[in-house]
Design a protein around this ligand. Structure first.
Ligand code: SAM
Length: 343
């Protein structure tokens, strides 16, 4: 069965990687069908797919909606109506249920009038014997007008506004240099941490990453060198009822036994504004990567945010490099996200 993930487009690759990580964590079998602009179409097999996709939506940060696809065609109004006319929509809408159709244009694709196509698709579904309800429908059909037209019913939506509510300055404790919650959640997802597993951040700061890990049900463990910041992290973690352990200490000498954490997501100091407690940034990175490698379970992932390339430190510690992404934050700051595996 084909499903579409309506991607946020805030990064070229991270939204796609996040979707695949979340599908794997639900043990769903999937295969990429096509990757359109802001829309990823995936063939997903298995039991209770719609229910599992509801959990996936609860974790995702960089998608808007998940659609069960009715059809995909060229972005031409007559082709879209014809596709809807010949489609069996019984798998999307039960007898007696009401519906609405909403359309969204991605960037500048096509010149189809949004309201007109919503009305025409609504008419097509009406002729199949269903009743529309624009205010409180049971099922919302969505047309994504990208480099193709993708039409389907929404099976789950991502509560993107929740991430805005958790913006760093809205938390009980704020200190500059924090990742935005959507990025932090995406990295937590890419680390493939599951609920009830242990997620570790050796440079936990105000706990921006750990809050997102706690919200997906992980037990989160953080180390922060500055007592004042660690006190603030505690306030933030309490605010979101996280199951956590915080230590004031040094990421280069981690007081944990070997192979005890299931994933690491961390944002070490870049040597700009955040204070470092080490001889130099080089020492901090080589010693902390060695500690990350030691405490991580074999076969598990670490995701590290940095301004400099960290492959040399990571490989010296024993990690293999899985993926590297970059994100331009502003003119003088490009972040690198490096995904590492302890083989
Ligand atoms: C970029 S900030 C992390 C921000 C964090 N993700 C947050 O949500 O606030 C890096 C943090 O590492 C801390 N730090 C610096 N050197 C450290 C060390 N040797 N061990 C542990 N923490 C350290 C800094 O005090 C700072 O809070």
């Amino acid at each position: 069965m084909l499903y579409a993930f309506e991607l946020s487009g805030e990064h070229a690759v991270l939204p796609v990687k996040e979707v695949y990580a979340c599908l794997s964590m639900e043990d769903l079998e999937y295969r990429e069908h096509s990757h359109l602009d802001h829309c990823l179409v995936v063939d997903i097999e298995g039991e209770s797919v719609d229910e599992k996709l509801a959990s996936v939506a609860g974790r995702l940060a960089m998608s808007h909606h998940i659609l069960k696809i009715v059809g995909i065609c060229d972005l031409i109004d007559e082709s879209i109506i014809e596709m809807c006319e010949r489609s069996d929509i019984s798998g999307h809408l039960s007898r007696g249920q009401t519906y609405v159709v909403r359309a969204r244009r991605v960037k500048h694709y096509g010149d189809i009038n949004r309201e007109s196509i919503e009305g025409r698709l609504g008419g097509s579904i009406f002729r199949k014997g269903f009743r529309a309800n624009l205010n409180d429908p049971d099922v919302t059909f969505r047309l994504i007008m990208s480099n193709k037209a993708v039409f389907g019913s929404i099976v789950a939506s991502v509560e993107r506004s929740e991430y805005e509510h958790r913006a760093p300055h809205k938390k009980p404790f704020f200190y500059p240099g924090v990742l935005m919650p959507r990025i932090a959640r995406t990295l937590v997802n890419i680390s493939r941490i599951r609920s009830d597993e242990v997620l570790f951040d050796p440079f936990s700061g105000t706990a921006g990453i750990l809050v997102e890990g706690g919200l997906v049900g992980a037990h989160v463990v953080g180390i922060e060198v500055r007592q004042m910041i660690s006190n603030g992290a505690r306030m933030n973690l309490d605010e979101y009822d996280a199951d956590y352990s915080l230590l004031v200490g040094d990421a280069c000498r981690v007081p944990l036994k070997g192979c005890c954490v299931d994933a690491i997501v961390t944002d070490p100091p870049y040597g700009r504004s955040a204070a470092i407690k080490a001889e130099s940034l080089g020492h901090l990175y080589s010693d902390s990567f060695a500690e990350m490698y030691r405490v991580l379970k074999p076969g598990k992932l670490a995701v590290v945010v940095s301004e400099i390339k960290v492959e040399v430190f990571a490989e010296k510690a024993g990690f293999s490099i899985v993926d590297i992404f970059t994100q331009k934050v502003h003119r003088s700051l490009t972040r690198t996200f490096t995904v590492l595996c302890k083989d």
